[in-house]
Design a binder for this molecule. Structure first.
Ligand code: NAI
Ligand code: PYR
Ligand code: MG
Length: 607
């Protein structure tokens, strides 16, 4: 999958998001060189150097993007550790976006974990220490009156397709990171471009700074966010609502992706806004979708059906309940039974142990899964006791409790099922409920494993032959699916993101599972094919949006192959487009470099 050179004119005629042809630019000289969207560095052509007053500002050799990637890769490799590599890549993104995305594209399996989990988690924890220049939109709860104005600086009604917003309360598995959460919005958006070709100049990362309950940050003199305890209740709801309403009014085409909100808010906000606007909560829905696809692949290997699912989820928070709902709904649909009946195949465990109708303070999301108290044989309510009684064939971890899938638990599970499906999903890596090497060793290679963060393949002398075999472990992360869901929603200009669109996305990923063809292969497709996965997911989502009557885009092709072509045509590729000078007066906001980079480039704050 090498990015094509500039796309030729489409046979579909004008497409809203097509990126073919020259790029108009009203910037010149040093301003142009410091603008990440237009900058080409040493790859500016002789004509461009002349037309844009760059001649004396660059060394004479005109280089190709490939040469630049080679140089950048050497510099990347020279960085001593992953956090330094992450910082290097951030700096490259601020200088030259095409080069940044092309470097990542060409080295994706190697660099994915550096720009995403786990290393992005380290960058977020160190945000106020490693900060050099701001990126994204910082809104704070004491300036509610400014929300509309500050949002309006990012473009006009047509300019923004995709917004990722966080309030920083529950970042990955590392908890409250306050305004450092902006980096998760930026990272998720980088993945939408990288994995699904969503245009990097048409996205907006946002952090809603409501304070932080993280004492370390509150006591850090260098902390950059609001230095006070989180504001909650009515003021919080009003702040979020002001943001959502302003975003809808200013950018009516934009899809809003909620990321890493806290347990009290994630699902509540999703339920509030889902019936009204095209929005998506990645931790609830993205995680639910990708995990269901992994379970489908696992059932294919074990030759079981949806009826056979006996699922135990350890950690019944935002992600855990999101997964439970997605699986429950799939069981209900497939078996033609009610959701209540389907929920009987799912058991949730949280801090008090198995959740029963007697458990205090069950959340609304947990209630449908609470089991009758008298079902419990043992007075123990812990994971081991539950596994022994339930005899699950699928065990999922979304608890942030490292090593909680102990040898005893896994052996208990493996004693009652031939091929246990075990998915420790907590991020970052150090919080995984178990590591693949242990799971495979304890089950003699029988466990079907996928993990929340990436792991290297595991070698071992498993099976009766005792021969050394290498098992590749799939990454079960919402990143497999959210870029494609976003792409499909944007291209169809869906009014809403419906349940059926999400089920369609699950089926799209599941049909691409390598395990369908080879039972020893990973349960999910890997990052090496992620753009192809996104096309299939987007296609399924678009078809479903059309069927549901929520697609508003005209001219969506009916034919599947044509639809794929129509999708690919609108995916942004990391290639240089020729620059065409336009006079500043009357130039578009994009040509003036005003989108994504707000205000004058020269005047941007550094440090
Ligand atoms: N692989 C993926 O795609 C995704 C992974 N995650 C990961 O899942 C983890 C959880 O994330 P969220 O659901 O957003 O957090 P959350 O805070 O909403 O949920 C965590 C749940 O685990 C429970 N828990 C904590 N200690 C426990 C214990 N000792 N025993 C049983 N339950 C316990 C908490 O009470 C809470 O209900 C994080 O590490 C996050 O990075 C989240 C979203 C996507
Ligand atoms: C992957 C993700 O969204 C999380 O860990 O929160
Ligand atoms: Mg998340």
């Amino acid at each position: 999958m090498s990015p094509s050179s500039n796309k030729t004119t489409s046979r579909f005629g004008h497409l809203p998001l097509s990126t073919s042809g020259p790029l108009e630019c009203a910037l010149k000289g040093t301003v142009l060189l410091t603008h990440p969207y237009f900058n080409k560095g040493s790859a500016f052509t002789p004509d461009e150097r002349r037309d844009f007053a760059l001649a004396g500002l660059l060394p004479p050799s005109v280089q190709t993007l490939e040469q630049q990637v080679q140089r950048a890769y050497e510099q990347y490799c020279a960085r001593p550790d992953d956090l330094a590599k992450n910082t290097f890549l951030t700096s490259m993104k601020e200088q030259n976006e095409v080069l940044y995305f092309r470097l990542l594209h060409d080295h994706l399996p190697e660099m994915f974990s550096v720009v995403y989990t786990p290393t992005e988690g380290d960058a977020i924890q160190n945000y106020s220490r490693i900060f050099r220049r701001p990126d994204g939109l910082f809104l704070n709860i004491h300036d509610v009156d400014r929300v509309y104005h500050d949002l309006s600086l990012w473009g006009t009604a047509d300019d923004i397709d995709y917004i990722v917003v966080t309030d920083g309360e529950e970042i990955l598995g590392i908890g409250d990171q306050g305004c450092g959460g902006i980096l998760i919005s930026i990272a998720k958006l980088a993945l939408t471009t990288l994995c699904a070709g969503i245009h990097p100049n048409r996205v907006l990362p946002v952090v809603l700074d409501c304070g932080t309950d993280n004492e370390e940050l509150l006591n850090d003199p260098l902390y950059l966010g609001l230095r006070e305890k989180r504001v909650r209740g009515e003021a919080y709801d009003n702040f979020v609502d002001t943001f959502v309403k302003a975003a809808r009014k200013l950018y009516p085409k934009a899809y809003i992706h909620f990321e890493d909100f806290g347990l009290q808010n994630a699902r509540r906000l999703l339920n509030k806004y889902r019936p009204e606007i095209p929005c998506f909560n990645d931790d609830v829905q993205g995680t639910g979708c990708v995990t269901l696809a992994a379970i489908f692949a696992g059932l294919h290997v074990t030759k079981q059906k949806v009826d056979d699912i006996r699922l135990v989820i350890f950690g019944a928070g935002t992600a855990g309940v999101g997964i439970a709902d997605q699986v429950r709904d799939a069981i209900a649909t497939e078996r033609g039974i009610s959701k209540e009946e389907a929920a009987k195949q799912i058991w949730l465990i949280d801090k008090p142990g198995i959740l029963t109708t007697d458990t205090e303070d069950l959340s609304e999301g947990q209630k449908p899964y609470a089991k009758a108290e008298d079902e419990w044989e043992s007075k123990d309510r812990n994971l081991l006791a539950v596994v022994k009684q339930v005899k699950p064939n699928v065990l999922i971890g979304t608890s942030t409790v490292p090593r909680s899938f102990t040898k005893e638990v896994v052996e208990a599970m493996a004693s009652s099922v031939e091929r246990p499906i075990i998915l420790p999903l907590s991020n970052p890596t150090r919080l995984h409920e178990a590591v693949p090497s242990d799971l495979l060793e304890w089950t003699n290679g029988k466990a079907l494993v996928a993990t929340g963060s990436p792991f290297k393949p595991v070698k071992g002398p498993w099976g009766e032959s005792g021969k050394e075999v290498e098992i590749e472990v799939a990454e079960c992360n919402n990143s497999v699916v959210f870029p494609g869901i976003g792409l499909g929603s944007i291209l169809s200009r869906a009014k809403l993101v419906t349940d059926k669109m999400l089920v369609a996305a699950v089926n799209g990923v599941a049909q691409l599972s390598p395990a369908l063809k080879d039972s020893t292969a990973p349960l999910l497709p890997g990052v090496d094919v992620v753009r192809d996965v996104s096309v299939v997911v987007a296609r399924k989502v678009i078809q479903s949006a059309v069927e549901e009557g929520v697609a508003t885009q005209e001219g969506i092709p009916d034919d599947e192959a044509e639809l794929d072509e129509w999708i690919r045509e609108q995916m942004w590729d990391p290639v240089y487009r020729p620059l065409k000078y336009v006079n500043k007066e009357g130039a578009s906001r994009e040509a003036k470099g005003e989108m994504r980079v707000v205000g004058s480039v020269e005047g941007r704050e550094q440090q």
